[in-house]
Design a protein. Sequence first.
Length: 255
Amino acid sequence: MTDDSKEEFDFRKFFPDEDVRKIFAKVFDRSAISAVHSLASKGYFDVLEYVISTGKEAHVFRAVDAAGHFRAVKIYKIETTDFKHMSKYLHGDVRFQGIKNNRRDLIYAWTRKEFKNLLLLNKAGVRAPLPIAFKNNVLVMEFVGENGQASPVLKEKPAKDIEKVHAALVDFMARMLFKVELVHGDLSEYNLLNKGEEIVLIDCGQAVLNSHPLAKTFFERDIANISKYLNNNGFKITKEALTEEIRSKKSLFKK
Ligand SMILES: Nc1ncnc2c1ncn2[C@@H]1O[C@H](COP(=O)(O)OP(=O)(O)O)[C@@H](O)[C@H]1O
Ligand SMILES: [Mg+2]
């Protein structure tokens, strides 16, 4: 699809839901539509069914493919995203050197970064959505949900067993750090889904390699957020004890 072939795109076919059409008319430009078209023509999904989440930087949709499999499609906004904030996480990550410092290139790189981070997390055995494809600012991934309903975040649906959450988070953080040398950087009850008591880590665009100059700061912030969450939910642990527990897993997960 070329830039001037917007007419070819059948909005009603790809976006049967009126709210989705409105979002596309208002929020996304031709490049996002073109990316949706291209990903759909490759069979990654048939239809963007409805919006699951409208965030500050991205919208997340449920999509479905020809075989009836659900997908989550995350589309980053070009105009309103704080790309200066993104720049801090991209520059300094050796995987993304030489990215041009303009809004569009940074957001495309961010989308690619989230895809790559999800691949690494899955490789490390962390429960995170499997990435499926990406193009421009559009990322297609495994839909995390039950009976077609997207799983709620831990903030909305606290886990029944906080000890299990603690164990899962120690395991995730140790696998990330030691198996694939990644720091999430935005770890909190807002970026963990509760899928029938299974904890799933999402929102991985900002995750950086441990060699990033700010990796230690981001790791400490993750520790602070997680220990605060655990303490508020009945699992008493200091930041130091949580860090020590993660470090004690090193020999288990060292590459
Ligand atoms: N793979 C997924 N499967 C199901 N729902 C998802 C998935 N990824 C994101 N979501 C939903 O979209 C919301 C926003 O996603 P997130 O990646 O945290 O983006 P942001 O916080 O930047 O808006 C999540 O809280 C969750 O409700
Ligand atoms: Mg989030």
